[in-house]
Design a protein around this ligand. Sequence first.
Ligand code: ADP
Ligand code: MG
Length: 240
Amino acid sequence: MISIRDLHKYFGSLHVLKGINLDVEKGEVLSVIGASGSGKSTLLYCINGLEPIQGGSVTVDGTDVHAKGTDINKLRQKLGMVFQQWNSFPHLTAQQNVELALKIVKKLPRDQAREIAFRQLNHVGLGDKLDVYPSALSGGQQQRLAIARALAMEPTYMLFDEATSALDPELVGEVLDTMRLLAEEGMTMICVTHEMGFARDVSDRVAFFHKGVMEEIGPPAQIFGDAQSEQTRKFLANVR
Ligand code: ADP
Ligand code: MG
């Protein structure tokens, strides 16, 4: 599981995460919501070691992410990440994009990499796009390619940072459907999202971030129906 204890993050003098405590259990789907600038992306980057921290700890399956001796590249293989906009390699087909890390990072032989890429592209509904270049894919298909690429590494956890925010509205649904499928399959997921419908329907818990503080966390019924924090209620009144 992922355990975060009293996590503090600064950018210079800017205190961006102010003592976050959070456990995410295997199989759990956590949605993270909150205004722009509240620290949601930074939280994900601290979890997968893309950002150093200034206090507290993050452990993934018992390994301290930020400890000196930690093999961060190995640990990161457990943590698939999908960003708002993912730029796939334009000179490689969808299948070759998925194969790449399997060959380079996992050092799998070509046949095995091909087989996994084929399986994961089918998994995200791109089974008919194997030989297509990214420029010929829609934004929604590109995001699903990004998900397939992450899944190919067989992560234990998937971190989504506003995976649908850059998409035209009509393309959001297909990506959310793919994320929902992963949730149903039991993937452990942390989803930073502005999609309140997804947060309400798919998550086990929802965390509301406000100015670097985890202001409230609870099941969707609490957050959306019976929020304990005035800030949570204010935020939700404005986004709906
Ligand atoms: P969110 O994802 O909730 O919109 P972020 O985690 O991206 O928020 O940012 C939190 C705060 O940290 C913001 O004030 C942002 O401007 C600041 N910030 C984020 N990344 C950096 C960085 N690399 N350098 C300096 N400040 C940053
Ligand atoms: Mg962000």
